[in-house]
Design a protein around this ligand. Structure first.
Ligand code: M6R
Length: 615
């Protein structure tokens, strides 16, 4: 999603901004731009597509001395919301070539503001909601306000979720910033200030970071930073020392981040496990903090892959701890007036910790009086900072847009929450707890074994790469995995894919089956496999191409399957309890190899953003 970077007080500021934008590429974007002020002139360079187009333009302009050296610059990667992907709609957006704005979020009342500004003679060049911002600044500066006062008047006018930076030729050594629900970090340097959508985007410049709180605005000068809350009260926000992650964010010899992230699961999952299991069977989760002083229901909210992890969590927590769980899409939760009867605790799940839907659900849960908890990967993210209690997946930065290691690590924590609650409410005996913790410790080598299915998966990928539509099926714990498998495939290969509960096929989706439609089933011998095989048989009888990803016993029971991917032999309890964790590996590999076969952009698929910071 949109990324914002700004530099104040450093030579070659534009170049430094571009370096910051590169670090935000993983978030997803479709155009980019920078602006700087030098010798009283505002200079803007923008381009559609990838950053390389922008850097080439910047290079040419610098070589031809059209672009001046500067020590103040703002930059942006845009993920289109209002207005198509075009040069005109790319940020920075300007007014009278004197004000430049970079913005992440949506100005919800832009239409009415645009009407007013147009009637005052302001000329709109883009179709964006953002363009009201530079014109509003212009209007207030023309009335004699300084940058801070103008910014405050703008904030009074606008509604929505945003993080923006304003730069003006009239105040060439200042930047105005504000945030409301969209992430923004300020970096402190020696005689310099920096701004980034996340701390990582400016960690090549400083490790001293301040996160603005919602409703805050600030005026940055080279040697001064004034932060104000929504009531204009001067406030000081905590300075956090971060560690630069530069070394970690490489492809490590792989061609794609997604590939690297799939394969490193053997190494990073123990990092998750080890922070929650001590002395072999002690689960280190504070259930008092979590809001479970007594046995009550749990509400889980999340989006996308994290939501599917939540679905698996529901199955585990209900089975293992006998605690009722409701799982809701974060984008639905706060708009449906949910009942909190019997609940004291909410769990949100988010890799980035910045998904606005999830953040809003969390805030709503708080308003309703629930204790709020998060399974989150990015420490210091907005969700991490706002929640009462965070459980960190600790799998390192995930750069590929498709979630892989974050999904499996979320599952690890959800399983341990189930076991921990089972212990707390006497639903498990000591030996059962020990056993379940042992299962977790067997996970890394099991994941390594599952990765060995890659060659079988490659054959399937070649076979289905030209399909128009693919159906994924699963039952029980593998039903959420069918949904996840379909999501993974569609987002990076652009093939239409749907996941269904195997038993639901006959209630409607079976109408989709026609000659050669691939039907992929995840299956494990768990006592219910015969039912699923019957569902598969029904699809087979109607001409579907049957692809079975299963253990040997199941494969033997389905000789009619066209393709099989045999998973290694694991101990029964291990296999049936942790099947979603195991099967997510072939699901990820399949999506990856189909995308590779089709030549799509695996790490930055079209239209998608890693961190979805609009509702
Ligand atoms: O960062 P989050 O876990 O909150 O993100 C939620 C979804 O946007 C995310 O899982 C998305 O569905 C992924 N691209 C799936 O691979």
């Amino acid at each position: 999603m949109c990324g914002v970077v700004a530099v104040l007080g450093k030579e070659n500021a534009s170049q430094l901004v571009v370096e910051g934008l590169k670090k935000l590429e993983y978030r997803g974007y479709d155009s980019a731009g920078i602006a700087s002020v030098s010798q009283g002139l505002l200079q803007t360079i923008k381009s559609e597509g990838k950053l390389v187009n922008l850097t080439q333009k910047l290079h040419r302009s610098t070589k031809e001395k059209l672009y001046l050296n500067n020590s103040i610059a703002v930059g942006h990667t845009r993920w289109a919301t209002h207005g198509n992907i075009s040069f005109e709609n790319a940020h920075p957006l300007t007014s009278e070539n004197k004000i430049a704005i970079v913005h992440n979020g949506i100005i919800e009342n832009f239409e009415i503001l645009k009407k007013d500004l147009t009637s005052l003679g302001y000329n709109f060049k883009s179709k964006t909601d953002t363009e009201v911002l530079p014109h509003l600044f212009m209007k207030y500066i023309k009335l004699g306000n300084d940058l801070l006062e103008a910014g405050r008047l703008v904030l009074k006018d606008i509604k929505g979720a945003f993080a923006f930076v304003a730069m003006s030729v009239d105040f060439p050594n200042q930047l105005f910033v504000s945030r409301n629900s969209s992430p923004l970090a300020i970096g402190l340097g020696d005689n310099a200030k920096f701004i980034g959508s996340d701390a990582h985007s400016i960690d090549h410049l400083t490790q001293r970071i301040i996160y603005l709180e919602d409703g805050d605005h600030a005026l940055l000068k080279i040697n001064n930073l004034d932060i104000f809350d929504k009531d204009y009260k001067k406030v000081s926000r905590k300075i956090i020392n971060i560690h630069a992650e530069i070394g970690l964010i490489t492809k490590g010899g792989y061609n794609h981040f997604m590939e690297k992230e799939i394969f490193e699961q053997t190494v990073v999952l123990p990092q998750t496990t080890s922070s929650f299991i001590k002395n072999k069977s002690e689960i280190v989760i504070d259930f008092d903090k979590f809001g479970f002083k007594k046995k009550q229901s749990l509400i889980i909210c999340a989006a996308g892959t994290s939501y599917y992890a939540g679905m698996v969590g529901k199955y585990w927590i209900e089975q293992i701890a006998d605690i009722p769980v409701i799982v809701d899409l974060a984008s639905e939760y706060r708009y449906r007036k949910p009942s909190i009867f019997g609940q004291s605790s909410m769990l949100v799940i988010s890799q980035s910790g910045e998904s606005l839907d999830t953040l809003m659900a969390l805030r709503y849960g708080k308003e309703l009086g629930l204790k709020t908890n998060a399974i989150v990967n990015v420490e210091g993210s907005t969700i991490d900072r706002e929640v009462d209690y965070s459980l960190y997946t600790r799998v390192g930065p995930e750069i590929g847009v498709a979630s892989t290691k974050s999904f499996t690590s979320q599952l690890v924590i959800l399983f341990l929450i189930a076991v921990g609650l089972g212990k707390r409410f006497n639903n498990l005996k000591t030996f059962q707890i020990k056993k379940k913790c042992q299962l977790m410790n067997m996970l890394p080598s099991a994941v390594a074994n599952m990765l060995e299915t890659e060659n079988q998966i490659k054959l399937v990928a070649k076979n289905i790469k030209n399909s128009k539509s693919v159906i994924f099926l699963g039952r029980g714990l593998l039903y959420p995995l069918a949904l996840e498998g379909a999501l993974k495939l569609k987002e990076i290969s652009y093939i239409h894919a749907e996941g269904f509960a195997a038993g639901e096929m006959k209630h409607g989706p079976i109408a989709l089956i026609e000659e050669n439609v691939p039907v992929i089933m995840f299956l494990i011998s768990d006592g219910n496999e015969n039912k699923s095989i019957s569902n598969l048989q029904e699809a087979h009888s109607r001409g579907a191409k049957i692809i079975l990803i299963a253990d040997k016993k199941c494969i033997d029971k389905a000789p009619f399957a066209h393709f099989t991917v045999e998973i290694p032999d694991f101990e029964n309890e291990f296999q049936s309890s942790l099947s979603p964790l195991l099967m997510s590996i072939p699901a990820q590999l399949l999506a990856f190899h189909v995308a590779k076969e089709r030549g799509t952009d695996v790490d930055q698929p079209r239209n998608l953003a890693k961190s979805v910071t609009v509702e």
